[in-house]
Write a protein of this length. Structure first.
Length: 391
């Protein structure tokens, strides 16, 4: 059956490409994906599916039921775009100013739609249910949690998903057991001092100096408090204070992100950051207000589920197409699903065959996707579900 799905996917290549390009021309930001969802629904309605719309925003849950007893296996794709002005130069570039599918979610949506077409064609040889999750709001770390809260995982045994990787040549697929993507936490800090004239600092309490020390001090959270064998990143990405060159402001506002690869390390970080921020601020006579927001857990692939994916890849495309998946500190809210049920997330090569390492990466305004990966991604998703629901 797997080879049949692979061959059939090639017949859908033009259709998948046209659908993906339409979404690429009309990208929509998180929680605004109404047109995207409508286009998906338009393609799903001719199939015999049980469909729920408006799940977790504009999400769609579509069940392909076989009528025979068996597991429920979920497949997920994200639909939202980014607030980026496109500079790719492709003829189907974004028509929505300042919004771009710079992460390839348009391709993921097309692939899952292709998987639905493929699975519908072999429904009589499957058992159980395949649940298709078209998710909104991945880019703001909100969609998966909202889908879960509205029952998207109810009764699901396993879940699978993929993400295109422009720095991996199209045709290759990367898999990895255990941690593969970092946790995502956000920190927002307000440092309060006492403003005044820049020429009379002794009559002020300078929040800029305190904040500068905090930025430097936070680096020791990783270098001196976390094992060198446990990857972690603390980044302050925004530092705002003052409006004039000769005025010491009364407060400074900082925001940043924290990434880890261990649930245990992620749990330790709020206490470490709280202590560093408040005690350094106190040393400079300032007050500190910290808001620590846990957004995504570490993405941890289940070993058994990765084994199922590996076998599907080897049977469909050949062992030579499977490589070890790279780890990254970038986050992905698919981790919220994996925190609750077993499953696996894989990298699908979407870059050039030559010098893919130098290709523009995800979230870059010149990001380009090799569309030959579309039928492969559709076949892979369908193949995994077909194997797990084989009658």
């Amino acid at each position: 059956m797997l080879q049949e799905l692979r061959e059939k996917s090639k017949q859908y290549e033009q259709r998948l490409t046209a659908f993906r390009r339409d979404l690429h021309e009309h990208p929509e930001l998180s929680l605004q994906e109404s047109r995207t969802a409508a286009k998906v629904l338009e393609q799903l309605e001719p199939l015999a599916l049980d469909i729920r719309t408006g799940v977790g925003g504009h999400g769609i849950v579509a069940d392909l039921r076989t009528g025979r007893p068996g597991p429920t296996i979920a497949l997920r794709a994200d639909m939202d775009a980014l607030p980026i002005r496109e500079e790719s130069g492709v003829p189907f570039a974004s028509r929505n100013a300042g919004v771009m599918h710079a992460c390839g979610h348009d391709a993921h949506t097309a692939m899952l739609l292709g998987a639905a077409w493929l699975l519908d064609g072999v429904r009589d040889r499957l058992s159980g249910t395949v649940r298709l999750l078209f998710q909104s709001a991945e880019e703001i770390n909100a969609g998966a949690k909202a889908m879960i809260a509205e029952g998207a995982l109810d009764g699901v045994k396993e879940i699978y998903g993929l993400h295109n990787m422009p720095n991996l040549p199209a045709g290759l697929i990367g898999t990895r057991s255990g941690p593969m993507m970092g946790s995502v936490d956000r920190i927002d800090i307000v440092i309060v001092g006492k403003g005044g004239h820049g020429a009379i600092p002794d009559q002020c309490i300078d929040p800029i100096v305190a904040s500068s020390a905090i930025v430097m001090g936070l680096q020791t959270a990783v270098s001196r408090e976390i094992s060198p064998f446990e990857p972690a990143v603390v980044t302050i990405g925004s530092f705002r204070a003052g409006d004039a060159n000769n005025v010491i402001p009364s407060e400074a506002v900082l925001s940043g992100t924290i990434r880890t690869f261990s649930p245990a390390v992620q749990q330790r970080m709020p206490g470490i950051v709280e202590r560093i921020v408040t005690e350094i601020a106190g040393a400079y006579r300032c007050q500190a207000k910290l808001v620590y927001t846990e957004q995504n857990p570490v993405l941890v692939n289940d070993a058994a589920s990765v084994g199922y994916v590996d076998r599907a890849i080897d049977d469909m495309f050949g062992r030579e197409r499977r490589v070890e998946g790279a780890v990254t500190a970038a986050g992905e809210d698919f981790s919220a699903y994996l925190q609750r049920i077993p499953g696996a997330f894989v990298w699908l090569g979407s870059g050039p065959q030559v010098n893919a390492e130098a290709a523009y990466g995800l979230h870059h305004p010149k990001y380009v996707l090799d569309e030959s990966c579309l039928p492969q991604g559709a076949a892979l998703l369908a193949g995994i579900a077909a194997e797990r629901c084989r009658a």
